[in-house]
Write a protein that binds this ligand. Structure first.
Ligand code: URA
Ligand code: SF4
Length: 471
């Protein structure tokens, strides 16, 4: 048996693996030992020299770029066999099977691919589910999150947060590693103590755990910690006053934080499939949508604004997305556009209480303008991300008619961009939901009517369209 010591990191493993290849260490004879978790002073002390000689070995091996990507991912997997597996693959690639990764079906390769996939999924989850809480330090606000990733992904996932929350100072604490961002540099430190890991909402416990773990002299090498962590943060930690200031109300604070980093826009990783339960119970759909994170819009909104109305409506009305008031109240069409819609319904002789009213997109999209939150149009990706909720509503409610208010609604219901509201208004279009769609303008287009337009005539036309809902 060949015992291969390394420092437990991917970089350290690569160096040691190269050395082992040079020495011709057969994978069947190799035993990878993470000197860090082996925790013996002797091994740690000897690591440098061992790694040093191995690092100096001539690099005569060529490995495909795919191996570097794959191994980088797999190295974050929690399975302890990963180093052995990766070395076996490396050995095969450099001993007669250089094309192993190019599509052929190989059991070992597909297992490693599955491990890499699990790591990427976990990274994605971390991006989506980390929740920061604001604490006040002597040098200003700091945002702290507790998270328990499945795999060893803190280093992998942290740059995303550095990018997204570049303007903030934050720490993500996990049982394995902690990441810190002081507004300039990303640094990593030992994990917070897992045995006392707090629950998600136990913000104060969390802080105490972290506080205790880093000040436990048996666990922490003070010199190394101060080197690895931003000094002003470190300095502020012992202040007992910090503890009660840890915020429990995370949601509002997160919104503040997001608003403050708003040069960061949505990224590919912020989209996922909406977790829509298979049910005809609109109440269950509403409950599930309340925690939807399938697109980035939830981040800046107060709540999900789901549809409302009778469970057996004849007509489902679809708007675009909630506005400022709807976002605060949690109900669709209660702001200015809603009031105008109500007036037009009265004029058309239609009872609003008989309609089920919803939106194509369930979260308010906005950008700050001074103190105001300015409505922004949802883009095609956001509409598509949210469409599963609308589909589920329509399938559950089985209306006889779907009224689309404006282009976004028509596009979402018909699943097509080829809708021209002005020429198509008042007409019925077939849909996949077993009911035709009636298209008309959005009430807020009447509110926004340019000078020179005739608002009364526009209102009257809108009322004419709504009269088609009768009977
Ligand atoms: N505009 C919409 O499209 N929907 C609402 O709920 C409010 C305003
Ligand atoms: Fe989910 Fe829709 Fe909200 Fe996006 S807008 S988070 S898809 S409910």
């Amino acid at each position: 048996m060949n015992e291969l010591f390394f420092d437990g990191t991917f970089v350290g493993w690569k160096r040691a693996a190269r050395g082992a290849l040079v020495r011709g260490v057969d994978p069947a004879q190799a035993r990878w030992i993470d000197a860090r978790s082996a925790q013996t002073e002797f091994m740690l002390a000897n690591l440098e020299s061992v790694a040093g000689t191995e690092g100096d070995a001539p690099g005569v091996f060529r490995v495909p770029r795919e191996f570097m990507t794959l191994s980088g991912c797999v190295s974050c997997h929690r399975d302890e066999s990963r180093w052995t597996r990766l070395y076996r693959l490396l050995w095969r690639l450099t001993h007669g099977e250089p094309h192993l990764l190019e599509g052929a079906i190989d059991a070992e390769v597909s297992e490693l691919n599955a491990m890499a996939k699990a790591v990427r999924r976990d990274e994605h989850k971390m991006h989506a589910f980390v929740r920061f809480r604001e604490i006040t330090t002597a040098t200003g606000a700091w945002f702290v999150a507790w998270f328990e990733p499945q795999h060893l992904i803190v280093e992998l996932a942290a740059p995303f947060f550095a990018d997204r929350f570049a303007a903030m100072r934050w720490s993500i604490l996990t049982p394995d590693r902690c990441a810190h961002w002081d507004g300039k540099a990303l640094t990593f430190a030992e994990g917070a103590d897992r045995s006392a890991a707090p629950t998600q909402d136990a913000a104060e416990d969390l802080w105490r755990t972290y506080y205790a773990s880093i000040f436990n002299p048996a666990r922490v090498k003070i010199g190394a910690m101060t080197k690895e962590m931003p000094r002003h943060y470190w300095k502020n930690l012992p202040e007992a006053a910090l503890i009660p200031q840890l915020l429990a109300e995370s949601a509002g604070r997160t919104a503040v934080m997001v608003a403050a980093s708003e040069e960061r826009v949505e990224r590919a990783t912020d989209f996922s499939a909406a977790a829509v339960p298979v049910t005809d119970d609109v109440g269950l759909l509403r409950d599930a949508a309340a925690s939807c994170r399938a697109c980035p819009l939830w981040r800046r909104a107060t709540c999900t604004v789901f549809g409302e109305g009778p469970v057996r409506p004849r007509v489902v009305v679809v708007g675009e997305q909630p506005g400022d008031q709807e976002d605060r109240v949690g109900k669709p069409f209660v702001g200015p556009a809603g009031l105008l819609f109500n007036r037009a319904l009265v004029a058309a002789g239609v009872e609003r209480a008989e309609l089920y009213v919803t939106n194509a997109v369930k979260h308010f999209k906005w950008e700050p303008r001074g103190k105001l939150r300015l409505h922004q149009k949802p883009n095609a990706r956001e509409i598509a991300a949210c469409r599963p909720w609308l589909e589920a509503e329509l399938r559950a409610l089985k209306p006889a008619l779907i009224l689309c208010l404006g282009a976004t609604a028509a596009q979402a219901v018909l699943g097509s961009k080829e809708v021209r509201v002005l020429s198509d208004r008042g007409q019925l279009f077939p849909t996949e939901f077993g009911a035709p769609a009636l298209i008309t303008v959005h009430p807020s287009s009447l509110l926004r009517m340019a000078a020179g337009g005739d608002p009364e005539a526009a209102f009257a036309l809108f009322v004419e369209d709504l009269k088609k809902l009768r009977g």
